[in-house]
Design a protein around this ligand. Sequence first.
Ligand SMILES: Nc1ncnc2c1ncn2[C@@H]1O[C@H](COP(=O)(O)OP(=O)(O)OP(=O)(O)O)[C@@H](O)[C@H]1O
Ligand SMILES: [Mg+2]
Length: 458
Amino acid sequence: MTLRVPMDEALHWSQVPEGVGEGVWIQVIQKMEEVYNDLLQYEVALEEKNAALEASQRFIESVLGSMSDILLVSGRDGAIEDVNHSLVKLTGRSEQELRGQPVAELFADAASREQATRILVRPGGDPVHDLELQLRAADGSAIPVSLNGTPRHGPTGRVLGMVVTGRPVGELRRAYDGLREAHEKLKRAQQQLVHAEKMASLGRLVAGVAHELNNPISFVLGNVYSLQRYTARLARYLGAVHRGAPPAELAALRAELRIDRVIEDLQPLIEGTIEGAERTRAIVDGLKRFSAVDREERRRFDLTAVVRSAIHWVAKAAKTNFEVELHLPPALELEGSPGQLQQVLMNLVQNAHDATAAQPAPRLEVAARVEGGAAVLEFHDNGPGIEPENLPRLFDPFFTTKPVGKGTGLGLAISYGIVERHGGALSAANHPRGGALFTLRLPLAAAPGAATDGGAGG
Ligand SMILES: Nc1ncnc2c1ncn2[C@@H]1O[C@H](COP(=O)(O)OP(=O)(O)OP(=O)(O)O)[C@@H](O)[C@H]1O
Ligand SMILES: [Mg+2]
């Protein structure tokens, strides 16, 4: 700072005219004193301002120095104007080395350098958010950093360059990768578990089927062996008849071969064989419902007929004193697949039958009503009900509490899907008066007309 003395007041020895009186000198000295005082005041003010400036400089430096994020200021030409301590530490290059270098020089690979030039140092550019680039570290390795940039404006609003901050994302990235890997592993483990569970239940299914088939097949086989023996005896006897053997010989042979017994036995043997074969077929039919997805088309049908048919089939196979009480409206017209819904209903009735098997008077009450454009069917049995801890798992595939050969645990899981595809809902609960309560809700067909056919195929 220079001190300016107003020219009109400045005096110089050479300017003092000769023969000037004492008064003038006094004036001059007074003026000089004034000027000197001014000078002193200016100097004090200057020192104060200097101290304030230094303090604020130190403050800014300490802030920048202790910032863990990296910071750089670039000029319009894309050259580095200033950097903070974190960037110096990360790059291993001093402030002096970095200043004046193109910003792109900081990065490890060509792609990052290209992006830095294109996105980070555009004068007048927009702010940049979370731009991930590879910074070149002190040891030459690449450090992924996430950068944010803001344009820096001068007093006239002109863009002077950019202020860029950022932080290494390596740790975060590694943590994220670790998390993703763990998640993948977990998913694989879960798939394996589901698969293992399926295989186990397939094993149970096969064991059950084998067990169930064993009985009818062995008595069909026993009957066929008997028939084979009988055929031999009959052939021998008929041989004698055709040969024209005398009556006495025929009578003796008839007694010896017990021909009358054989003839009496034939009918029950054949009936038993047919029954055995039919049971085998029934078991195979039952199996089919687990494997085949019913591709039956949607059509209009009366649900009450399907309910009756389902109860009929289960009761027929039950051979117990299982009693079903029905409260059905005359018709419930629905649109969908009667075959699939029969499967749902049969499983509900069969489950009630199984659950009440130990009761002295096993009973199921089926009540249907129309509510808000839907048919609502309730199945309430007098069995022991459902264990509360089993309630959330009831509709899981393969969840069963039945012994091997009795249930696969697929009934309710398959039913749930079928009911959902029909736009309905199936739920399970315990009835306040005891026993299980299953509620089936299915939307009625759009335009109600007269119920047409029964629609329940076998
Ligand atoms: N009415 C009921 N009372 C008590 N428990 C029931 C009743 N209905 C179903 N459950 C329970 O729900 C389980 C699952 O039923 P779901 O119909 O899915 O399979 P399952 O009957 O065991 O075998 P599947 O139907 O494949 O032959 C049954 O094992 C039983 O524990
Ligand atoms: Mg079942």
